[in-house]
Design a binder for this molecule. Structure first.
Ligand code: FAD
Ligand code: NDP
Length: 331
């Protein structure tokens, strides 16, 4: 068994930002980047996208995969040890914290590593609907992030659709209204889940239409490699009637699943499963355990906000270690 001062679990912008800060502080961090953890390649959610145009420092945009490779290199440059394994079990009941990887977690087995401080940066996954056509047109018209993808030319002055009835759906629809000719929000029930203020704003928006009791049943588009979606089949759930509508963009806003499996019995989570952190810090409900990125942020969910909280977690962990592990009150 090996002991480290600090271990980072995750491999997105939050994890690598924490790694860059901690390795520059000479704390010799170890980062477990996962081996297809939660179904996503090491590097996290950005490895599933093409161009990232809103990460500062890249005026011409940067490929998601390339951005994550650069972050990984920067972590390693200052001495972070990156291990391509998934942490499958974590014992936070006492310090040093213990962890096991998925190849080494048989009952009774020794932990692979112990650590004085742990940073949880396991991210989140946008929920998908698995509609017919979804796989074909994913990122060719379908997206789970309007703020990330909405500004691309294929959506300009085109009819766009959003699925969902929560605050994200309302926010994304109004954001997309800047680009699309119209934005139609499909809500599966007869009411919005969004907060009153957001719902009122959406319903009053001149370019947004809300269709209640309506679900999408198929995505239709060009039948060629990298073809774009052009239409959507929708169904009125009260009458059962289906129709095919023009649609050049489809944005899912049906919720995210934070990757909390490692800690859900151990750390305080909110009602949606996100790790609760003390506002303005990365402190969790256990001293010495810090959380950053999308696993603790259901509101902003951006690469740059994840990176920002990764920096916060590194500085909090550094202080905690410097002060002998007694530096913060837990939640
Ligand atoms: P994530 O990126 O979620 O990565 C966490 C990773 O950690 C996991 O994917 C997995 O590889 C690893 N991991 C998880 N569990 C374990 C474990 N137990 N052991 C080891 N490793 C583990 N944001 C923008 O700012 N701009 C964009 O243009 C943009 N485009 C996007 C496009 C798409 C298609 C998607 C899905 C998201 C996009 N986002 C964009 C959002 C952005 O990707 C996320 O906000 C950001 O990646 C979250 O970073 P994170 O560090 O919290 O972790
Ligand atoms: P929510 O879980 O609040 O809403 C998800 C929406 O998707 C619901 O309307 C749900 O319908 C719908 N949905 C789920 N599954 C399906 C499906 N299979 N088919 C069709 N529709 C489906 O997620 P959000 O991401 O909107 O919000 C998460 C949290 O973040 C909330 O607490 C929210 O308040 C907060 N937030 C706040 C913002 C703000 O204040 N500006 C902005 C963004 C998020 P149903 O209602 O029927 O369950």
């Amino acid at each position: 068994m090996v002991h480290s001062k600090v271990v980072i679990i995750g491999s997105g912008p939050a994890a690598h930002t924490a790694a860059i800060y901690l390795s520059r502080a000479e704390l010799e961090p170890v980062l477990y980047e996962g081996m297809l953890a939660n179904g996503t390649a090491a590097g996290g959610q950005l490895t599933t996208t093409t161009d990232v145009e809103n990460f500062p420092g890249f005026p011409d945009g940067v490929g998601g995969q390339e951005l994550m490779e650069k972050m990984r290199k920067q972590s390693e440059r200052f001495g972070t040890e990156v291990i391509t394994e998934t942490i499958s079990k974590l014992d936070l009941s006492q310090r040093p914290f213990k962890m096991w990887t998925e190849w080494n977690d048989a009952p009774g087995s020794e932990p692979v590593r112990t650590a004085d401080a742990v940073i949880i940066a396991t991210g989140a996954n946008a929920r998908r609907l698995n509609l017919p056509g979804e796989e074909t047109y994913w990122q060719n018209g379908i997206s789970a992030c309007a703020v990330c993808d909405g500004a691309v030319p294929i959506f300009r002055n085109k009819p766009l659709y959003v699925i969902g009835g929560g605050d994200s759906a309302a926010e994304e629809a109004m954001f997309l209204a800047k680009y699309g000719s119209t934005v139609t929000v499909l809500v599966r029930r007869d009411k919005l889940r969004a907060s009153k203020v957001m719902a009122d704003r959406l319903l009053a928006h001149p370019k947004c239409v809300v269709r209640f009791n309506t679900v999408a049943t198929e995505v239709i588009g060009e039948n060629k490699p990298n073809g774009l979606m052009t239409h959507l089949r929708v169904k009125d759930t009260t009458s059962g009637q289906e129709e095919i509508v023009d649609a050049n963009g489809l944005f899912y806003a049906v919720g995210h699943d934070p990757a909390n499996a490692l800690v859900k019995e151990q750390l305080k989570l909110d009602e949606d499963g996100y790790i609760v952190t003390q506002p303005g810090t990365s402190y969790t409900s256990i001293e010495g355990v810090f959380a950053c990125g999308d696993v603790q942020d259901k509101r902003y969910r951006q690469a740059i906000t994840s990176a920002g909280t990764g920096c916060v977690a590194a500085l909090d962990a550094e202080k905690f270690i410097a002060e002998g592990g007694e530096s913060h009150a837990s939640l």
